[in-house]
Design a protein around this ligand. Sequence first.
Ligand SMILES: Nc1ncnc2c1ncn2[C@@H]1O[C@H](COP(=O)(O)OP(=O)(O)OP(=O)(O)O)[C@@H](O)[C@H]1O
Ligand SMILES: [Mg+2]
Length: 231
Amino acid sequence: MLELRGINKSYVNGRQVLADLSYTLGAGEYVAVMGESGVGKSTLLNLIAGLDTPDTGEILIGGTAMSSLDDDAATRLRRKEFGFVFQAFHILPHLTLRQNIALPLLLNGASRKHTEDRTEQMLGAVGLHGRAQHFPRQLSGGELQRVAIARALVHCPKLILADEPTGNLDPDTAHDILMLMRGEIKANGASGIIVTHSHAAAATADRVLVLTKNGLRPEDAAHPANSLQRR
Ligand SMILES: Nc1ncnc2c1ncn2[C@@H]1O[C@H](COP(=O)(O)OP(=O)(O)OP(=O)(O)O)[C@@H](O)[C@H]1O
Ligand SMILES: [Mg+2]
């Protein structure tokens, strides 16, 4: 589903953040990425998401090199196939919650009936059914985070990228949301990458990887998160 080939990324005046990083994420695979603050986890997700470009190396989605697509084609592919839960992806302030969540379906040309039904389903799934007509300014940070997650999943994307998706949520809500993400990923045969500092959150993925300056590696097999049996 996703292949990273020899990715290098440095910031202007900065040290090299990612050095010759290669990794292949299979279809239907859901991994958690952990690692020290500043090691480059958000940088990596931003590159995959197309918010930034690698200095060298190639990112392939479903076998297609992103660098081979023009901007319009790349945008169309991401809009259809990707779901993002990033803090940078702000909820639009002048749209209601229902309209915000429905947006990916509208942009992808879904039917009106499907858009309405699926949007209601996602509103319920993140516990915001009664708030559908509210505007983002009327919500708490954690509620907004749930809107962002509903919007990321509503169009059944094939690749879900989430950077600290439950950072603003209380433990019970966080667990519910992580189970919703996992359920949607598995139900759609999608692939997912969740970046988190929480071992409990990481344990809801199939596998835990750690990003270090030497690349993406499986977490020490001794970690309890890897010894749990999974579907
Ligand atoms: N736009 C930028 N310009 C310059 N340096 C940057 C930029 N974005 C990130 N960096 C630097 O790149 C390194 C990696 O940052 P990144 O945000 O990817 O880390 P992270 O692993 O996500 O950390 P955290 O766990 O704290 O979120 C850091 O040293 C950071 O200061
Ligand atoms: Mg980060």
